[in-house]
Design a protein around this ligand. Structure first.
Ligand code: ATP
Ligand code: MG
Ligand code: MG
Ligand code: MG
Length: 474
């Protein structure tokens, strides 16, 4: 079953159960300063769960664009290393706003996964987790659905403080949250890893495909949980993960959609196609996040969302460089992505030229310093230390436009770390210096802290102009 068919089947199934099909919201969350990017299907319904917003429906289903590259849910460092994490992915979800609760949510999920009419997955390959004290969910799985007790794992308090565990889902530090039950697929003994709750659960044999959250609380800034007006349901299933299961492959990168992107990446980087080259996986992953973010109005910049985008683009460019591609290539993948996903997300086609242009500009900009920066880094690494010194990391950041995580990514490939304290100290020293410089320039009664000038090398140009403008005014 193709990825696009699975997406449609999911929506059809929940529509047949009285759910309204709602379009994905933007990756830039509207009116939610607590959130960097949309990281789950429930984000666009946050106020409905909290009781502040009312919709003409009490059941909804979506296929939601998500990015997890910052904030509470950050999978950037996992990309290329695990079989199951992307920066951008699609989350299929069904939602109940004070309508059905645990029982129906579990029964729907099981029917969709196992009924031959829908996905028809073999029941014996599935296992589930419930929140440690959630006897109700345990009993529904065990007695009504018929999952044997040994395939239901209680997770919660054993992982430290209650409510901090994996089976208590939270969107961020604040907001709607609640206990959850997760469904895992067993990819087989030949793959390393143990069942959830076991010491080697981080392996990729058992892959979490679907999380069903029983939304019951709102967490405030102090961490206090307040009951929601009505118990609700929020679920999320990773489309790429369930595609892998249905297509009989283990890693998300082996599904139809990613095969096309990996081939395109190999073509543009001029290396033979392979699905086992981490850098190709990173590029295939990152083109989705970057293109979708730009389509939703984010542009590379030096702070906030724009800086996260800049970091992802530069990581992708560096991985191309690592494979030997010193020219511009990344923006050429947009057409391939639009061909794969433009049907479901027309904004990719509508804004293709804008996306290509923004990526190309960023490639041109980074090309000016990448080569020199790499030479500096190689020279530092050639010293054979276990740790990259903070001064070099800062120079790369400040002068050559290497975000710290990009440098860390390169170091990690060589099993090295970065002297973070040294980096911070170099950053602070530069801040102090430019504070002094800008106070000097101001000399009059304008109080300008000059903090912005320190963010990185590129800012200096524009901020200097601002300082100059202020100064002229006096
Ligand atoms: P994991 O433990 O594997 O990191 P999670 O528990 O953080 O996943 P949830 O927040 O429960 O994930 O999100 C719901 C579903 O979205 C997951 O069950 C999974 O199928 C999918 N998902 C989560 N993160 C990613 C990701 N980075 N890339 C692809 N799919 C993801
Ligand atoms: Mg996760
Ligand atoms: Mg999990
Ligand atoms: Mg989960």
């Amino acid at each position: 079953m193709k990825t696009s068919e699975i997406r449609q089947k999911f929506l059809d199934f929940f529509a047949s159960k009285g759910h309204q099909i709602v379009a994905s919201s933007s990756l830039v969350p509207g009116n939610d300063p607590t959130l960097l990017f949309t990281n789950a299907g429930m984000n666009q319904f946050k106020d409905v769960f909290l009781g502040f917003d009312k919709r003409p429906y009490t059941r909804a289903t979506t296929s939601q664009k998500c990015v997890r590259a910052g904030g509470k849910h950050n999978d950037l460092e996992n990309v290329g290393y695990t079989a199951r994490h992307h920066t951008f992915f699609e989350m299929l979800g069904n939602f109940s706003f004070g309508d059905y609760f645990k029982r129906d949510a579990i029964l729907f999920a099981w029917e969709f996964l196992t009924s031959p009419q829908w996905l028809g997955l073999p029941k014996e390959k599935l296992m589930v987790t419930v929140y440690a004290t959630d006897d109700e969910a345990f009993d529904i799985w065990n007695q009504e659905v018929g999952v044997p007790a040994e395939k239901i794992v209680r997770i919660g308090d054993n992982k430290g403080a209650a409510y901090a565990s994996d089976n208590f889902w939270t969107m961020g530090d604040t907001g709607p949250c609640g206990p959850c039950t997760e469904i895992f697929y067993d990819h087989g003994e030949h793959i390393w890893g143990g069942p959830p709750g076991s010491p080697d659960e981080d392996g990729d044999r058992f892959i979490e495909i679907w999380n069903n959250v029983f939304m019951q609380f709102n967490r405030d800034e102090t961490g206090t949980l307040h009951p929601l007006p009505k118990p609700s349901v929020d679920t999320g299933m990773g489309l790429e993960r369930v595609s892998a299961v249905l297509q009989g492959v283990h890693a998300n990168y082996e599904i139809d959609l990613f095969q096309a992107l990996l081939k395109a990446a190999a073509r543009e980087v001029s290396v033979p196609f392979s699905q086992d080259v981490p850098s190709l996986k990173v590029i295939a992953d990152h083109i989705r996040a970057c293109a979708f973010l730009i389509a939703d109005g984010v542009l590379p910049s030096n702070d906030g969302r724009g800086y996260v985008l800049r970091r992802i683009i530069r990581r992708a460019i560096r991985h191309g460089y690592k494979l030997g591609q010193k020219g511009l290539f990344f923006h050429k993948l947009v057409a391939d992505l639009a061909a794969e996903m433009g049907g479901a997300y027309p904004e990719l086609r509508e804004r293709q030229a804008v996306i290509e242009d923004a990526l190309k500009q960023e490639e041109i900009k980074f090309a000016e310093t990448l080569d020199k920066g790499m030479a500096l880094l190689e020279a530092a690494l050639a010293k054979g230390e276990k740790e990259l010194d903070g001064k070099t990391a800062f120079q790369l950041y400040d002068t050559f436009g290497f975000p710290l995580d990009l440098t860390a990514d390169i170091c990690r490939e060589r099993e090295l770390t970065i002297d973070q304290a040294g980096f911070d100290a170099a950053m602070e020293a530069q801040r102090a210096q430019s504070r002094a410089a800008s106070t000097f320039k101001m000399s009059g009664n304008v109080d300008y802290s000059g903090d912005d000038t320190c963010f990185n090398g590129y800012d200096l140009v524009s901020v200097d102009a601002r300082v100059l403008a202020l100064y002229k005014g006096h």
